[in-house]
Design a protein. Structure first.
Length: 301
């Protein structure tokens, strides 16, 4: 029962993250990607600092932990935030969400490389099927790369940086509190991005209407502040690989919200690609159970 509750809490984080594709598509009409990333990180850092100051200042970590925190901040916050909003400037939220859906498989592959976790042939078949689905989406059915656009490349960067971030956070969470990890990674990301934000304080940015400022601030607090904090805290209870599997729901949620709010519907290629991704992920998730069932069936024969 406790584990089910944990999964439900993690699923709520995934829902809010899925809504970020829609919110990002709206905000990108009023600010440049770098401006959105910096504004949101300022809000997030201030929010986390006020909410968890004691846990943050009491956190102790080694030089090795500090290096990992910096790397996580660069990959999972600076690069991830910028590439996410930049991708929405060049592609649809549905495409971006479908590409990000491969984060669980990439996370599992990284775990395989780093921790030598066992993976059988069923897992690798699922991986290939999922990446074929992603290839269909990013090439718009061409499968040979000629149709790959800047938005799709940026979405791949978002996915890869997030998968790497999950691995590092899962490692750090064994010794450091979720509050400290979330704060210091976001602070690092903000520090890295500030030198590139020369237009952040431009008059054009300041003239954006109040409702969109409220949308930016509230979404930053809920999606990137509270949700990230909860995710980092709860993820260690089930492991990074298992937790990241819940990201499979993100594309479906993004598609529904995109249709309701933006009146954007998935194309035939996106539907075919998403089906392949889901099939591949299911094989990757249940590869152990499939092998057990297959072995049991052979014994019965």
């Amino acid at each position: 029962m406790k584990q089910l509750t944990t999964y439900m809490i993690l699923f709520s984080c995934v829902f809010f993250w899925a809504s970020n594709f829609i919110i990002g598509s709206i905000l990108i009409n009023y600010w440049a990607p770098i401006s959105i990333a910096i504004f949101r990180l300022i809000v997030i850092v201030l929010f986390l600092g006020c909410m968890n100051w004691q846990a943050i200042v009491r956190a102790t970590f080694t030089r090795y932990d500090s290096i990992l925190l910096i790397i996580a901040g660069i990959l999972g916050v600076a690069i991830n935030h910028y590439s996410f909003y930049a991708s929405l400037h060049h592609t649809s939220p549905i495409t971006a969400a479908l590409i990000l859906a491969c984060a669980p498989i990439v996370t599992s592959l990284l775990n395989k490389l780093i921790y030598k976790e066992y993976r059988n042939s069923i897992f690798w078949i699922g991986t290939i099927i999922s990446f074929i689905g992603v290839s269909l989406i990013i090439t718009k059915g061409a499968l040979i790369g000629i149709a790959i656009g800047k938005g799709e490349i940026l979405s791949l960067m978002t996915m890869l940086s997030f998968a790497s971030f999950l691995i590092i956070v899962n490692h750090l969470s064994q010794r450091i509190s979720a509050e400290a990890i979330t704060f210091y990674t976001n602070l690092t990301g903000l520090i890295v991005l500030i030198p590139f934000g020369s237009t952040v304080l431009s008059l054009k940015n300041m003239q954006v209407e109040l409702p969109f400022w409220l949308l930016l601030i509230v979404s930053a607090v809920v999606i990137s502040g509270i949700s990230n904090l909860i995710w980092n805290k709860k993820m260690k209870e089930v492991g990074s690989t298992n937790a990241s599997l819940l990201l499979n729901f993100e594309p479906a949620i993004a598609m529904i919200l995109s249709a309701i709010i933006l009146n954007q519907y998935p194309t035939i290629i996106q539907i075919y690609g998403s089906l392949l991704i889901i099939l591949g992920i299911m094989l990757c998730v249940y590869y152990k159970e499939i092998k057990v069932l297959y072995s049991a069936k052979r014994k019965m024969i």
